[in-house]
Design a binder for this molecule. Structure first.
Ligand code: SF4
Length: 360
């Protein structure tokens, strides 16, 4: 069944259901993008609110991590290699782009950082490694390879996060806030669908692993709404079995377990989340930039203007921020959710304009 017919069916059975708002969270930034790009967000009845979760890696990167990166560029003979999205993310006072130095390079993968280190053997190259369990395996594989084969002038400053603890935190905080969850498809491809069964088993809300095509998303939302409105019994489902197996990618998991250890992590807008960070373990410590340069992450109070923290916790939609589209746009972003291409505010702003709908 195509996307439009699925939406029609949703409208049909919601008319029969009790008129209370239904709140569904999509955890992953790529899902936020797919839902907005396809127009699904704007086609659904007003009663259904789709909330974006904490699945944009740049948006949850702590201010202190950016401060550490800024500290590093002032060190002699250091080059920073970073994904482009990170350049405009602010630390406690400024961002890497504002520093206008010539020792910050944009890269597209960890392999690019290896190439950079081989090209600049008289310098120390530091790769800013951010992401979730999706990017962690390739970063782990690169660290292992560099550890065994060099180059010896490449270090890693990591801010890698785990999804499960933050999902638990969101669901524990207010059990009535979220009625259903679209689970992170990419992370599930690495960890396996079964890694997320706890959402339905423990928190008693429907949850679904689904793909990123418009039809995948519409099917996932339909399945959740069927359960939320009591038409079908509560269940956990994997609609993305063409990419996500029950147990996930064992080789990717091996790399993660080989190179990283689980520690408490600091999330921008959320604070410390127990067991939510993947940090370089003792064996690979000599490649950890924080080890060599004695850096440590701190926590900062949130800016009173930007409401990214409420947005990534599913308490508000970007449209509810009074700065959205006014003081804060993709051209002049005020917070990380507007900076990153996977940030909820940037996605709502970009596709809201495309679909001529800047409020829902
Ligand atoms: Fe922050 Fe801008 Fe989003 Fe408001 S619209 S929450 S200021 S990023």
């Amino acid at each position: 069944m195509d996307k439009e017919r699925l939406i029609d069916r949703i409208e049909g059975f919601l008319q029969e259901a009790e008129l209370k708002p239904i709140r569904i969270m999509e955890v992953c930034g790529t899902h936020t993008q797919a839902i907005s790009k396809s127009g699904i967000r704007y086609l659904l009845p007003n009663q259904v609110k789709l909330l974006s979760g904490p699945g944009c890696p740049v948006c949850v990167t702590n201010e202190a991590y950016i401060d550490m990166a800024i500290d590093l560029i002032s060190q002699e003979n250091v080059i920073l290699a970073t994904f482009g999205d990170m350049l405009k993310v602010t630390g406690s006072t400024s961002c890497l782009a504002e520093k206008k130095t010539n020792n910050v390079y944009t890269v597209y993968s960890p392999e690019d950082a290896v190439d950079l280190a081989l090209k600049h053997q008289d310098k120390t190259v530091i790769f800013l490694a951010v992401g979730f369990e999706t990017t962690a395996p390739i970063i782990a594989a690169t660290i292992k390879n560099v550890f065994e084969n060099g180059p010896t002038n490449l270090l890693f400053l990591t801010s890698l996060k785990r999804m499960e603890p933050v999902i638990r935190l969101i669901l524990n905080e207010d059990k009535k806030r979220i009625d259903g969850l679209i689970l992170p498809g990419h992370v599930a491809a690495v960890l396996g669908a079964e890694a997320f069964r706890f959402v339905t088993d423990e928190f008693k809300i429907p949850s679904v692993v689904c793909g990123f095509e418009a039809k995948d998303m519409a099917e996932g939302i339909h399945l959740l709404l069927d359960q939320i409105t009591g038409r079908t019994p509560l269940s956990f489902a994997n609609l993305y079995d063409r990419c996500v197996s029950p147990g996930g990618n064992k080789l990717a998991q091996q790399y993660i377990n080989e190179v990283f250890e689980v520690k408490d992590g600091i999330w921008r807008g959320i604070g410390k989340v127990h067991n939510s960070a993947l940090m370089i373990n003792q064996k690979y410590k000599r490649l950890d930039a924080t080890h060599k340069f004695t850096l440590s992450e701190k926590m900062y109070p949130e800016s009173s203007h930007c409401q990214c923290s409420e947005i990534i916790l599913g308490m508000k939609s970007p449209f509810e921020c009074h700065l959205f589209g006014e003081g804060c746009t993709t051209e002049h972003p005020l917070g990380p959710c507007m900076i990153s291409s996977e940030g909820a505010c940037a996605i709502h702003y970009r596709y809201g304009r495309v679909h001529n709908c800047l409020a829902k």
